[in-house]
Design a protein around this ligand. Sequence first.
Ligand code: DGJ
Length: 748
Amino acid sequence: MSICFDDNKKIFKLDTQRTTYMIGLTQEGYVGHVYYGARLESACAAHLLRTGEPPFTPGVLPSEKAAFLDTLPMEYPTGGVSGYRETALELLNELGQNGCELFYRSYTIEEGKPELEGLPSSFKGAAADGEVMTLRLLLEDPVLNVTVELRYSVFEKEDVITRSAVITNAADKTRTIRKAYSACLDLDNEDMELITLTGAWGRERHIERQKVRHGRTYVGSTRGYTSHQEHPFIALVTPETTQKTGSAYAMHFVYSGNFRAQAELSQWDNVRMTMGIDPDRFTWVLDPGCSFAVPECVLTYSECGLGRMSRNLHDFYRNHMIRSPWLHRERPILINNWEATYFNFDTEKLLSIVREAKKCGIEMLVMDDGWFGHRNLDDSSLGDWYVNEEKIKGGLKYLTEEVNKIGLKFGIWFEPEAISPDSDLFRAHPDWALQISGREGTLSRGQYVLDYSRKEVRDAIYDMISGILRSANIDYVKWDMNRSISDIGNLVLPPERQQEISHRYVLGVYELQERLTKDFPDLLLENCAGGGARFDPGMIYYSPQIWCSDDMDSVERLRIQEGTELAYPLSVMGAHVCCAPNHTTGRILPFETRGHVALSGTFGYELDITKIPDEDREMIQAQTQQYHQFHSLIADGDYYRIHSWNDEQPYDCWGTVAKDGSEALFTYVQVLAKPNQHSKKIRLDGLDPQGVYELRTYGSETKNPMNGEIMAHIEDGVYTGEELMKAGILAGAVPGDYRSRLWHLVRK
Ligand code: DGJ
């Protein structure tokens, strides 16, 4: 049993394979946090619940409420009645006064994992009975007559605990939720450092690490979606934490809208870690009898560094979040025409790409932006989801049939949440765009955002999209979203509910993706938002892959993909081979390196295959074969980060190892060559120490610039797992920047 309650000590103990989370009840009935960390087998650590601290002002009362609440590590701290650190819940009464105090009432423990209505959330999946358990704690504010059900689900094998809450108004008066976070965790400060994933368009999810200082340090989004800039993931680590050593506490938010993730170092030298919907742009009016579901937050703890943390999250998402039947299937190797043609294409151009692609082993054409309405630039037609037959001569059915005849599948691009001012849809329904009365709408990339909080808007878009999908043989959809959301208002909701729209919008997106994936169960759905601006655990509930970044420059990708892999399995990460010079950086990289780096994600090409140099095109055949050879190893294996270009090292190395240790694939990139360079000792990881492995290097041979002789791969050979991990192999230095190779290891 992974959850138990000690009635004498009033302690709930939640155990995963390697971690324990403990919750305690105080005499007053508050629900406090006791412990989160390495698994405790025997003791119950009840003494850690700080209920006996002296008051902080001179006084005689042993436990005055103000001091007590300021120091008590609360599981779900509330606002208004004292306790001045970050709160998780702020509720207003019918007079608009902010005050809430929650007291424990009862608990239940159940097998499995309940759903959260309207929201993406983890599930039991194929776990054995007893491996996924849920604790529900019922709390009440007797003055407001509001209940809060705190939910904790324990995923034993993956060392994950998820948290969420359901807030119910049992009063006969309205209550207003001003803030509702999903998780709060109080930890003693151990010189903690905060890891975040930050970025911009074209450089998403770069890893940053900073010391936690007094006060509140947070990342968040106010852009209506997850954003390129910040990511709903934070980890608190100790200074000595590396890939293999030290503590890491991670929180990851299963939500695709505004968020805030924070670490607050208090005067008592403890750190409060919180995660939830951004409170500044959110209120929710809770009518009598109504409930509000707070999105889920994923927590994991690793005492063996960041590597274990990442593997916990990878396993968790693969086993308990991604529902698509495509999860373990080989995804068709695609060729996308965006960077090949931008808006300038027609049926014949697409077919010429397809003919060439077929010869190289590519399996699917994705027709990107520009096939609908009269869209020849990014200034029109979003919302007019019917085929532009001037470009797609013969129509969509003809095009897909021709593509299929040549032997490729067909995928298509939509941007379902957008509306162009120059569109039939906008001319017919100008009120369908989000808007603030009396103000001119704010254009971004020439477009407005549709009001997805409204059912009639969603229904109309869905009818158009599903009509297109039924009109031809379409295997894949790329769902794009190309701007931050602004003008968040509409002409429908009453004034007191206008601040609900951001959340209602996100729920609307979820509803439509749910419909799409239910009605077209075999469809391969890829989410995208101007690259990776909506790459989050909420979206992988609907789509097994997300476009990682518009930046396909492999050197830039090293950082982007390392940050993404910190929290997501590689099978989720859209990665393509682009042309040279790269369209975002102008950098020219070897075709081989472009292939090796893209191989770590959902592999594909985004270039004009009819125009690239012959020697590059010739390499595609081998690359597509490698994808088939290594797909399941990359998609389902255990991930190990060996070296990082992000840490300013001149090289980068990562790999995946089959769960049974029988096979592994490591990618090594020499980003910058050094003069008088020597071979480099690289210690691999994750292998079977007793296993004997045959190592084969994939990578083109290199000519010695001095004498033109072919330089052999010095890494090839037979090694024990132990020597590869402890002593390492020698990665041969090769002349030139951006040189990469693959090391494939098979246990004999
Ligand atoms: C942004 C995406 O990330 C690109 O791949 C492409 O689909 C464009 N949008 C099209 O407008």
